[in-house]
Design a protein around this ligand. Structure first.
Ligand code: B12
Length: 214
């Protein structure tokens, strides 16, 4: 008999090897075998992406390998996404989200989108590389409770403060709560740029967003 630990380990290995089709097939199999979608994310996909990050940092792999594994990660997330959505649930609040200008890292942001939707938040996803004026326009168009910005590069962190500056200029800052995340961000940085909150991972991000909309 195959244990769920073994199944999850196979997904992690396939992700590290960048085998998108295998990740997809194994994720479907894991779900068919009764493994919770959140467990697949926490115990199989995230550890694989973490390992890729370490290998890239240690120069053991190239950026192209990271990209290939990212595609495999997305293949797994694509299977899990519909299982985490709950169309019956009425919206507890509205969030506009995107990665800041110049930042193409969207795996973390996509996870946040999935979990926000699963928690009953309505999400308007502006995607990647979002300019300050496009965030501002989305606030005018959608009137969200929360603006959520993601950045993974130290070089794009400044675009968070740029965006908040743009909201101040247009007199929009007090119309929305602002939360930030991504590995170079911290609580201190959030405070420094006058954001309302920061979260280091998806679980904390959901708690923070729900707290702020209440
Ligand atoms: C995958 C990846 C890529 C992929 C991205 C693919 C994609 N579609 O996302 C590709 C190959 C494109 C890429 C490119 C680059 N990358 Co890259 N990449 C990574 C890697 C390995 C993993 C990131 C990831 O997806 N993690 C998994 C997710 C689930 O975690 P997460 O993003 O942190 O998100 C979680 C939290 O941060 C939080 N969160 C995230 N967003 C938000 C938002 C809100 C509002 C909240 C509340 C919370 C929150 O919740 C998420 C879920 O728990 C990291 C290394 C690492 N360990 O992080 C490097 C890394 C981020 N990349 C790095 C670099 C340097 C680059 C490049 C400049 C490389 C190059 N020479 O070209 C380019 C830049 C491209 C660009 N302009 O954006 C550096 C950044 C260094 C720095 N401090 O600036 C890192 C840290 C690698 C390293 N150790 O050097 N990269």
């Amino acid at each position: 008999m195959i244990t769920s630990e073994f199944e999850l380990e196979l997904i992690t290995k396939a992700l590290i090897r960048g085998q998108a089709n295998r990740v997809k097939t194994l994720t479907i199999l894991a779900i068919e075998n009764g493994i919770d979608p959140r467990t697949v994310i926490d115990k199989a996909l995230m550890p694989g992406m973490h390992e890729i990050g370490e290998q890239f940092r240690d120069k053991a792999i190239y950026i192209s390998d990271v990209l290939i594994s990212s595609r495999a990660m997305h293949a797994g997330l694509h299977v899990l996404k519909p299982l985490l959505m709950n169309p019956q649930q009425s919206s507890v609040g509205k969030v506009v989200i995107g990665t800041v200008a110049g930042d193409l890292h969207d795996i973390g942001k996509n996870l946040i989108v999935m979990m926000f939707c699963a928690s009953g938040l309505e999400v308007i996803d502006l995607g990647i590389d979002v300019q300050p004026e496009d965030f501002a326009q989305a606030i005018i168009d959608h009137q969200p409770d929360i603006l959520a910005m993601s950045a993974m590069l130290t070089t794009t962190l400044g675009m968070m403060s740029e965006t908040i500056r743009e909201l101040n200029r247009l007199d929009l800052r007090n119309k929305v709560k602002i939360i930030i995340g991504g590995s170079p961000t911290t609580q201190e940085f959030a405070r420094a740029i006058n954001a309302d909150g920061f979260a280091a991972d998806v679980v904390k991000a959901v708690d923070l967003a729900i707290k702020l909309v209440k």
